[in-house]
Design a binder for this molecule. Structure first.
Ligand SMILES: Cc1cc2nc3c(=O)[nH]c(=O)nc-3n(C[C@H](O)[C@H](O)[C@H](O)COP(=O)(O)OP(=O)(O)OC[C@H]3O[C@@H](n4cnc5c(N)ncnc54)[C@H](O)[C@@H]3O)c2cc1C
Length: 552
């Protein structure tokens, strides 16, 4: 029997050990990665299977004696068989490359595609027939052999960045501003391709690696800010062979001289990437306690909010969008009393049709959340050790702590300084390059070919493409449909919003109480978006396959 393997979540660092499975989610010990349901989400940070990588540098636990594997080896899915060649391929074998004729992505037999369980060294004919292009979602039939692509190469020993790197300090560096998921995932992807170019990272925070989605599930799980850190900045620097300047703001960018200034030093760059994220929009309220509103957009915010929450019994959440709803869910799960104010009639109103928003509202209300829809907070005044909010409709709400979650705005100031075009975000082309040569933008700060998407999936796609560009192979991003899972665990929601301003209408089916399947079709009958709540979220995979790509 083949040894069990370990898969690592590249967003939060948690491991899935095949030998142990994930019994809490009904995944028995011995379940191979390819047999883990495709809609399984990382138990810690909520990302999907596509954001796990084979952890070749981790010793995987094997089944304990007497324990029954979930499946006999002979019944394993084709991918398991396909993964075998990795161990047996000789270092001087010939590998070929196959190109996706739709999006141009290249499957290299030497590298395989460990993200989908296809080990390095897997021959094209051993890639499962139902495998799909990771970029644009077409099937194997849309790949063509690149004639003359045969190379004699060893399969990559490991995609991990911890591999020995010998940086050549005579080269001009790649500089990345920001160590959020965009900055770190880019650095990690870059180091898979280029082990010699110096890498400098500059961040105004502490540079620890953590998964931002976990900031809105931390109260139910009782996680402190320190608990959420998976890798310290010093270890990140070692793993990436990078120098990381923490608690440091970039003061200036001179895009003509190709320099950045920080800590009084002027550093020349070959390529500069702005991955400075987004900032919370300040809620416009009056009153003596207006300044005591908390926002949470990074680990330090989270630490401050948790300190404020010590002994707090009641929280007022301003905004019932994605983050506000997740916090209402999380704080309720932690036994805190929550009131939510939003000018719209239902939660997540910009993403969900009313029926789906109502389902979410019903479940949260049943669990004790009080909603004030169709109004806003006008003023916040001190009230003993807490606050009293006056809403526009005249209602007064008392709370110990106020959390604002009314949205974020891309940080564009550095790009403006560099002379790059900005719109709602830093304007880039499909190669993530700004209007200024050798200056790129990635993540929440970037508006890529008109798309400003404050989610992880697009930044992961961008990180992979930009890493190639930085390593010398100019690569454009393609966005397939990327549904977003809202972590309202009391009533799970998955949504793939239809493009703005397109004609069409919603069809609503209630499959069970508060389990809504809402689909949005254009007049030609094409599916353009969907919203799913409760048990109807099981329709996600089937519907996603029918959606058009966001950026082909
Ligand atoms: C509470 C919460 C929950 C979320 N949940 C989900 C989810 O479930 N699924 C999902 O897909 N998305 C989720 N998101 C969104 C997702 O987390 C973000 O899209 C993503 O983390 C953005 O990463 P980033 O690296 O672009 O930005 P950030 O993480 O904001 O990183 C920006 C970096 O830039 C640095 N920086 C900024 N300005 C400067 C400067 N002048 N000089 C130096 N450094 C600077 C900062 O210190 C930081 O290191 C959530 C967001 C929040 C707030």
């Amino acid at each position: 029997m083949a040894e069990y393997k370990t898969w690592e979540c590249i967003v939060c660092g948690i491991y899935y050990h095949e030998a142990e499975g994930w019994p809490d989610d009904g995944i028995a010990p011995g379940t191979r990665w390819e047999d883990v349901p495709e809609d399984w989400l990382c138990p810690d940070c909520g990302v999907g299977k596509e954001d796990f990588e084979l952890a070749t540098d981790v010793e995987s636990p094997q089944m304990v004696a007497g324990a029954e594997p979930a499946k006999e080896e002979t019944t394993a899915a084709p991918v398991a068989a396909a993964a075998e060649p990795a161990a047996t391929v000789a270092s001087n074998e010939v590998f070929r490359k196959w190109e996706c004729i739709v999006c141009g992505i290249i499957y290299d037999e030497a590298d395989g595609y460990p993200e989908d369980g296809i080990a390095p060294g897997t021959r094209w004919e051993d890639v499962p027939e139902d495998w799909e292009c990771w970029d644009c979602g077409v099937g194997k039939e849309d790949f063509e052999l690149i004639e003359g692509s045969e190379t004699v190469a060893a399969p990559a020993a490991t995609p991990a960045v911890a591999a020995a790197v010998s940086v050549d300090n005579s080269l001009e560096p790649v500089v990345i501003i920001g160590t959020g998921l965009a900055g770190y995932n880019l650095a990690r992807e870059f180091r898979k391709l280029d082990k010699v170019t110096p890498l400098i990272m500059v961040t105004s925070d502490e540079g620890e690696f953590y998964s931002k989605p976990m900031l809105s599930t931390g109260f139910t799980k009782n996680k402190s800010a320190a608990d959420l850190v998976t890798t310290a900045s010093a270890d990140m620097a070692a793993n990436l062979s990078a120098s990381i300047h923490i608690l440091t703001k970039v003061d200036a960018i001179d895009s003509t001289a190709q320099t950045v200034t920080f800590d009084g030093k002027v550093v020349k760059y070959a390529k500069l990437v702005i991955a400075s994220g987004a900032e919370c929009i300040t809620v416009p309220v009056q009153g003596s306690a207006a300044a005591s509103v908390y926002t949470v957009n990074d680990l330090m915010d989270y630490a401050r909010f948790r300190t404020a929450m010590v002994g707090a019994k009641k929280v007022l959440v301003i905004g019932a969008g994605l983050i506000g709803s997740e916090y209402a869910n999380d704080l309720t799960g932690a036994g805190v009393s929550v009131e939510v104010v939003d000018p719209m009639p239902t939660p997540l109103a910009s993403l969900l049709p009313a029926a789906a928003g109502t389902a979410l509202k019903n479940v949260l209300a049943e669990k004790g959340v009080t909603f004030h829809f169709g109004t806003v907070v006008e003023s916040l005044d001190s009230n003993g050790s807490g606050v009293i909010a006056t809403l526009k409709n005249g209602t007064k709400v008392e709370a110990d702590v106020v959390l604002s979650a009314i949205g974020v705005r891309a940080r564009t100031d550095l790009a403006v300084q560099a002379g790059a075009d900005v719109n709602r975000g830093i304007v880039t082309d499909r190669s993530l390059e700004t209007s200024v040569k050798n200056v790129f933008a990635l993540g929440d700060c970037a508006e890529v070919a008109g798309h400003l998407l404050y989610y992880i999936a697009p930044l992961m796609v961008g990180a992979r493409a930009l890493a190639k560009t930085l390593a010398g192979e100019r690569t454009e991003v393609s966005y397939s449909a990327m549904p977003v899972a809202v972590k309202t665990t009391l009533c799970p929601v998955t949504v793939s919003p239809a493009p703005r301003d397109v004609e069409g209408e919603w069809t609503i089916e209630e499959e069970a109480p508060n389990s809504v399947k809402a689909t949005f079709h254009n007049p030609q009958g094409e599916l353009l978006g969907f919203a799913l709540t409760g048990s109807a979220t099981s329709n996600k995979d089937a519907l996603t396959k029918q959606l058009p790509a966001i950026l082909v």
